[in-house]
Structure formats: structure tokens, C-alpha cells
Design a protein around this ligand. Sequence first.
Ligand SMILES: [Zn+2]
Length: 201
Amino acid sequence: MESPTLSQDSLDHLTDSEKDFWRRAPSKIVTEQAAVNFDLREGKELVLRRPRQGVPTVHLHSCPTVINTVHRESAWEGVWAARHSGKPGPAMQLPEMPTMMSVAEVEKLESYTACNRCSPPVQQVKKRRQFPTTPTKLSSLAPKHIDREFMTLDGEPVGKLQSYTVHREGVTLSFHGIEIVGAFTDQIIVMPETAAVRMAA
Ligand SMILES: [Zn+2]
């Protein structure tokens, strides 16, 4: 990295382990960029971004949304900038590597959304899991549904149902980190047991 931010002066205020971390950055950037370039040469020209929950988004490797992960120097500069922004956060965090895939690999995914900014050459704009499922009305929820995997009608997986509460206007469903509140007539999809096993695999 030729960035002046990595001069000896700029390292002075860091702890010894941070200095170590940043002194290793230039060689890491070279190694990481070589790995990314190798993937590109192999035809893995798409970048997949996976949210913590939900459907991954597919981008061209040149999309502004992901370019900062594809260019490893930019990725490291982003971490450096975050470290010096004054915001709390880990002092030494390896920048995220892009998940590179070919078009064929993306098409094998059960679900994805194509970025509408870069329009990658994939078959569908929104590919969703296809299960032989009938939506369930919230009024039909029962104790047997606890611990089953659910997804919304849009095909967003929401995880296992922890508990649900029936109140006057409807039902509140609690999943790990997510609550869904709906009317009794709203619908949700209880995934088949086999699909749940496949997802966990
Ligand atoms: Zn994009």
C-alpha cells in the first residue's frame, strides 16, 4: 500500500500489536488481490453479498457496491479509515473478502436477488426458493410450530420460531433477533421439515 496513511509517522500512536498488524497489511493486500484476480481469471466475475439473514445479492465485480472489497487496497484503506474515524470498533479487523462466483454457481443457489445498480447477467431478478408450501394464517399458529423454520411470503427466511403471542389485533411472532407482528389474516410460510434440514446443512 503506497498510502501515506501507512507511513511510520502515522503508526506512531498505535499500540505495538496494531503496528504489527498494519505493517503486515501491504503483503496481505498483495496476497489477497492475487486470490481475487485468480477467481476473476477463472470466470468468477460475480460477487455475492450475504446479509446476516435473508437472500444474498449478486453483483458484477465492477459494481460500486462491491468494488471496495474487490480492490483489496481499498478494502484495507476502508478499515484504516474506520479505525481513525473515532467511532468505536475493533482496532484490528481484517477487511471482508469478496465471495466470488461464476454465473453457473450463482444459478445453483436456491435464492438470490440481482443488484439493480449493476444488473449482473443472471437469469432472474429475484430467485426464490421453491417449496410446495401453502401459506399459514397467523390465526392458525399452534404450539407445534415452535422450533419450525419460517419464511415470509417474499421468501425471506426468518429462522426458527421461538415463541408467539396472541393479542387483540393479531399475533407477534418471535424469531432469533426478529419479531413479526401481523393481523390474524396475515400469512406466513412454515417450511417443510425437509427444507429446514437442507437449509441447516
Ligand atoms: Zn451491484
